[in-house]
Ligand binder design. Sequence first.
Ligand code: HEC
Length: 259
Amino acid sequence: MKLAVALIPVFVSSLTFAAGGLTYPLEQIEPDYTDKESLQRGLATYSHYCMGCHSLKYQRYERTATDLGIDPEIMVQTIVPSDKKIGDLGSIAMPPKVAAEWFGAPPPDLTLVARKRSPEWVYTYMKTFYIDPTRPLGVNNKVFPKVGMPHVLEPLQGQQRVVCQESTSGDNPIAGPNSGSGPPFIERQCDSLEVVEGTAQLSAAEYDRVIYDLVNFLEYVGEPTKARSHNIGIYVLLFLMLFFVFAYLLKREYWKDVQ
Ligand code: HEC
């Protein structure tokens, strides 16, 4: 029994350590379906940098063009691959089996990724690739450890390296608090990332914007009806307001003779 009580602090501290090590804080963003220019820029980034590996196989090009206000002609010229028609789904030619051999895992379809993971997760994921020579592709990721995807936006963001901070404030967990003996415990935290100077084409703010637009687009693709249902909601409310006025006038008309 005594042993069990003595072990409680050890257990608790290992739990907090595990929590700290596993969950990387996600950056908060506010997707905006009504910002069509942002969605269009996101589509452009997707088609340029992601479409080679990731499909959007539950979404037709035509639907995207209509919802984002893109002229069908321009959609065909700039986005739709030459072997496809505008009414086709956004599947890609890369066979998953071969892709799995190349990357260790096949690139998953991205239609529902923002719903499966959350927009915040995808946003933080696209911002936290960092140099790791122990990985086959030379990069690792803070929210997706040991990821099989290369950092395809590296020319834009630049290479990132991990920065460790050391603090001597923590008590030595082995000696216990206030043990008063031994050297001070040095805590090393390696959570921050910094861009290696001279490797980025964009500023940090510009890169954030590119990723925001991209995630905004992926969030839209995951729920394309949301943009439309939002609009319908407004019309329904307007209709109800108008209906109330007529209902009220009608009520007055009916009760006029009764009173
Ligand atoms: C060269 C091929 C390639 C390109 C290009 C690429 N990816 Fe990936 N991506 C992968 C692979 C492979 C995985 C699976 C990684 C794994 O499971 O370890 C992946 C995984 C992901 C995931 C995680 C999905 C999940 O839920 O597990 C997201 C999100 C993602 N990619 C987004 C993107 C975006 C956005 C782009 C364009 C900016 C992009 N990818 C471009 C190969 C690619």
